[in-house]
Design a protein around this ligand. Structure first.
Ligand code: BGC
Ligand code: CA
Length: 343
């Protein structure tokens, strides 16, 4: 009788196993689903917000994307990376808060063998060398500065009478800079100023101010410039669109008539930036290809998650040193603005 019971038990267990999967080897939950974790240095940064929106467009039945806001704290970001690893993310995309401090992120990812795609805030080469599953998607900071300089030089040469308001043959300018220590701040300023000089435009720097990519901060700094230099300011070079818009806000708040404004240039081509070019408030901007960067990040994440190599993307993107993908910038003015407004 005992034997019969034992047999029955085995049959019941086999039956329930086939129905509920009891006793099966646990299958990798992610096998059919790609899980990507993203942490952004500050979700209220205009450009980052739009880049994340582009990335979220890749969400689907088979793709889960979890986005975290580090709110400008590296410590918070480190904790978010740990959480994403605990949550079984296949790939982690990190927009570092402090690009000189990626140690905790790298160590956690490496220990758990989760590849990392850093984006937009570039870590130093030495840190990239710490593990072979670290990648970077972004753009070439110098190229954006050169293009901004070219746009400004072209305007200073072709609209000399309008821009050189005091007619001394020299363009008096101010610079609005992004965060100190960000590759896109230091390099953009240097490259745009050098390009203007190279193109033969005589320039004279009145002042510069750090406004941390932020529109409100830039408005405050620009208002101070207007107090200090008034009509002498003929050109505003801004490291990004939001700060250029802050300068525009300052001129509008002081009710300075449009024909007395300096020539103002930005970088990014955010929605608000493009609208300012369309409305002839900003003379030009440089398109920071958020759609391209988001696609490259997604394609790279997909390839890495199934154990592939970044080289599989080399027909569509320029892959540098087996680690870096940089999307090209593009110049935007009133003459080609339509193309960008409809992107
Ligand atoms: C963009 C800025 C942005 C910054 C954030 C830069 O590439 O031009 O608008 O604030 O990245 O890291
Ligand atoms: Ca002048």
């Amino acid at each position: 009788m005992k034997k019969v019971y034992a047999l029955l038990l085995v049959v019941i267990c086999l039956l329930t196993m086939s129905i509920s999967g009891c006793g099966e080897q646990t299958v990798n939950k992610n096998e059919s689903k790609l899980k990507i974790g993203v942490t952004v240095y500050d979700q209220y940064d205009t450009f980052m917000g739009q880049l994340v929106d582009c990335f979220l467009a890749f969400q689907s039945e088979n793709v889960e994307i979890a986005v975290y806001n580090a709110a400008q704290s590296q410590q918070t970001q480190n904790a978010q990376v740990k959480k994403m690893i605990e949550d079984d993310m296949d790939i982690i995309c990190v927009n570092l808060v402090d690009r000189t401090d990626p140690t905790a992120v790298i160590d956690a990812a490496r220990k758990n063998d989760v590849p990392v795609i850093f984006f937009n805030r570039e870590l130093v080469e030495g840190d990239m060398g710490r593990w072979d599953k670290l990648f970077y998607v972004g753009a070439d900071a110098e190229q954006s500065g050169v293009m901004e300089g070219e746009l400004a030089a072209w305007a200073c040469i072709t609209q000399k009478e309008d821009i050189d308001k005091n007619g001394d043959g020299v363009i008096q300018y101010v610079v609005l800079e992004g965060e100190a220590g960000h590759q896109d701040a230091i390099i953009r300023t240097e490259a745009s100023v050098n390009t203007l000089k190279k193109q033969g435009v005589e320039i004279d720097k009145l002042g510069y101010a750090i406004a941390n990519w932020n529109r409100a901060q830039a408005q405050t700094k620009a208002a101070q410039f207007i107090e200090d230099y008034g009509d002498d300011i003929e050109l505003v070079l801004s490291n990004n669109d939001d700060m250029a818009l802050g300068a525009i806000d300052a001129y509008e708040a002081k009710a300075v008539p449009r024909n007395k404004w300096p020539a103002i240039f930005g970088i990014d081509g955010t929605n608000v930036g493009l609208e300012a070019v369309r409305d002839d408030k900003m003379l030009g901007t440089v398109y920071n290809d958020k759609e391209g960067q988001a696609s490259a990040m997604f394609e790279l994440a997909s390839v890495l998650a199934r154990g592939g190599s970044i080289d599989e993307l080399s027909d569509r993107y320029t892959v540098e040193n087996g680690r870096y993908i940089r999307l090209p910038y593009e110049k935007v003015t009133s003459s080609n603005i339509i193309k960008y407004l409809s992107r």
